[in-house]
Design a protein around this ligand. Structure first.
Ligand code: SF4
Length: 463
C-alpha cells in the first residue's frame, strides 16, 4: 500500500496554506452551534455513574482480578506486535502496513485495559485512530518536522528544555504506557525514532538549582508516572528542596492508558510534594471510564489539581458534540479542561490533523454554551519554538478610544464604553460617553450587517 503526502500549497494572499482573500474572514463571526454527533449519538439523561461505564475485561476475562488491576501486569501484557494485534482484531490493509513498519518510526504499544475501548468492528473508531499505526505515518508532508516545537534548540542540558523565562520542561523518560500516533516527541519517544533521549539528571537538577528564575518545573517525557514510586520520589524530593522552585507539574497520559498505576501509595507519595499539579491527556469521551474516574478521584483526593490537555484530531474529536461531551465528563471527574492543542505538524501526522477553522468552530460551540470551567483554551504551539499561541473566535468587532464593540456567544452585538488608561479626576456631568456619531464608532457599526436567523432574533455581524 502506498500513500502520497499532499503537496505544499501555493503562496497566494493567504500565505503558504493557499487561502484566498475571500476565505480570510474573521473566525467565528457567524456562529453555528448545533453540531450533530458524528455517529448520530443523542445523549439521554442518565446518572453520573451511568455516564462512566467500565472498560471491562474483554478478551482477558480469564485473568485473575489481582493481575488485571496490577499496573505492572498491564505493562507486561501490552500489545506490541502485528501478530499479537491481529490475533485480537481484524486490521485494515493501511493498519497492517502501518503496524509492520512502526518499529522504524514510533513503536506500537497498547495496554490490555485501553485495548478494550477499541471498537474492533469499526475501522473509524476514535480510540483505534489514536494508537494503531497506519501506513500514512510513513510519509512526511513537506512542512512536517521532527521537532515542531523547537525543543532541541532550547536544551541547555540533555533532557531539560528551557524555552520560557520562568519555567522548564524536564524530560525524565522516553517511554509511555501506550504510544499516541501523533506524539509531538515521536523523534525520541519509544526509542524507535530518529533520535535518542539521554537525560542528564544530575546536570539538569544542578541547572535548575543555579537558575533562580526557574519557578515552575514540568516533568514530562515520555510519561513520568512510568517510574516506580521510589524513583519518581527521588526526582521530586530533589526539586522540592530547591528554594526558588515554587510549582511542580507532571504531564501524563497514564490515568487514561493505565489507570491501575494511580495507586493509593503513589498518591500518598505525591501529596508530600505540594504544590504539585497534574495535566492529564484525554481526547475522547469514551476514554472517561469508571476506572479513569476512580483514578482521577484518588489524585484529586490527594489534593492534586488536575487539568486536561486534548489534541484536536481528525476523526477523533473534531466535532463540537464530541468535545462538549468530553469536557462535561472531565468536570464530573474533577478535571478542568485546560488546553485543546492544534495537532503539531509532526512528521507523518497529516492524516490526523484537522483545520484551525474546525478548532475555532468547536470553541465557538463551547464558549457561552456551557459552563465556563468546561471551556479550555485552544492553542497552536507555534512551529519552530514560538510557544503556545491562543486562538479563539473573534468577539471584539471594533475598538476605538471611546467604545468597544463586542458580540456575545449568540452573535448579539453590544457596546462597552472604553476608558482612558490615564486616570483624571472626573467632574460632574463628565461620565456620559459621547454619541456614536461624535466618536466615529457609527461607521464601525455600519460595517456590521443585520441578519435574521428566523427565530425572531435580529443580529449584527461583521461584513
Ligand atoms: S503519552 Fe504523551 S509522550 Fe507518550 S506517546 Fe502519547 S503524546 Fe507522546
Amino acid at each position: 500500500m502506498t500513500y502520497t503526502a499532499p503537496a505544499m500549497q501555493s503562496d497566494e494572499p493567504g500565505g503558504q496554506w493557499g487561502a484566498t482573500r475571500a476565505e480570510c474572514v474573521p473566525f467565528g463571526v457567524n456562529p453555528q452551534v448545533d453540531f450533530p454527533h458524528p455517529k448520530g449519538v443523542v445523549l439521554k439523561p442518565s446518572s453520573i455513574d451511568e455516564r462512566f461505564p467500565s472498560a471491562g475485561r474483554g478478551l482477558w476475562s480469564h485473568v485473575p482480578e489481582t493481575d488485571w488491576n496490577d499496573w505492572r501486569w498491564q505493562l507486561r501484557n501490552r500489545i506490541t506486535t502485528l501478530e499479537a494485534l491481529e490475533a485480537l482484531m481484524p486490521l485494515t490493509p493501511a493498519e497492517r502496513e502501518g503496524v509492520s513498519q512502526a518499529g522504524r518510526h514510533l513503536a506500537m504499544a497498547i495496554t490490555p485495559y485501553f485495548f478494550n475501548l477499541i471498537d474492533i468492528n469499526d475501522p473509524h473508531c476514535p480510540i483505534r485512530r489514536q494508537v494503531i499505526p497506519r501506513v500514512e505515518e510513513m510519509v512526511a508532508a513537506p512542512w512536517e518536522m521532527a521537532d515542531p516545537c523547537g525543543e532541541d534548540e532550547h536544551m541547555p542540558v540533555p533532557g531539560l528544555v528551557h524555552r520560557y523565562p520562568d519555567r522548564v520542561l524536564f524530560l525524565v523518560t522516553d517511554r509511555c504506557a501506550a504510544y499516541c500516533r501523533y506524539c509531538t516527541r515521536s523523534r525520541v519517544v519509544s526509542g524507535a525514532g530518529e533520535q535518542r533521549l539521554h537525560t542528564e539528571f544530575t546536570d539538569a537538577i544542578n541547572y535548575i538549582r543555579e537558575h533562580t528564575e526557574v519557578r515552575d518545573v514540568l516533568l514530562s517525557g515520555g510519561d513520568p508516572l512510568l517510574f516506580s514510586d521510589e524513583r519518581l520520589e527521588v526526582v521530586l524530593r530533589e526539586l522540592r528542596a530547591i528554594k526558588h522552585v515554587e510549582f511542580l507539574r507532571i504531564g501524563t497520559r497514564i490515568p487514561i492508558f493505565l489507570p491501575q498505576r494511580i495507586t493509593p501509595e503513589l498518591c500518598a507519595m505525591l501529596r508530600k510534594y505540594h504544590p504539585l499539579w497534574m495535566s492529564i491527556h484525554s481526547n475522547h469521551p469514551k476514554e472517561a471510564t469508571h476506572e479513569v474516574r476512580e483514578a482521577c478521584g484518588r489524585l484529586a483526593d490527594a489534593g492534586i489539581p488536575l487539568g486536561n490537555q486534548s489534541v484536536l484530531l481528525l476523526g477523533v474529536n473534531d466535532n463540537a458534540a464530541v468535545m462538549k461531551e468530553l469536557v462535561h465528563k472531565l468536570l464530573m471527574m474533577r478535571v478542568r479542561p485546560y488546553y485543546i492543542y492544534q495537532c503539531d505538524p509532526v512528521k507523518g501526522t497529516h492524516h490526523l490533523r484537522t483545520s484551525v477553522r474546525k478548532g475555532v468552530e468547536i470553541m465557538e460551540a463551547l464558549r457561552g454554551h456551557t459552563t465556563g470551567y468546561a471551556v479550555p483554551q485552544y492553542v497552536i504551539d507555534a512551529p519552530g519554538g514560538g510557544g503556545k499561541v491562543p486562538i479563539s473566535p473573534e468577539y471584539v468587532l471594533a475598538h476605538d478610544k471611546q467604545r468597544v464593540i463586542i458580540r456575545n456567544y449568540e452573535g448579539k452585538v453590544f457596546e462597552y464604553p472604553e476608558l482612558s488608561d490615564v486616570s483624571a479626576p472626573m467632574k460632574l456631568g463628565q461620565g456620559v460617553p459621547p454619541s456614536p456619531k461624535e466618536t466615529g464608532v457609527e461607521p464601525a457599526l455600519k460595517s456590521c450587517h443585520t441578519t435574521d436567523k428566523g427565530n425572531g432574533h435580529r443580529r449584527q455581524t461583521l461584513d
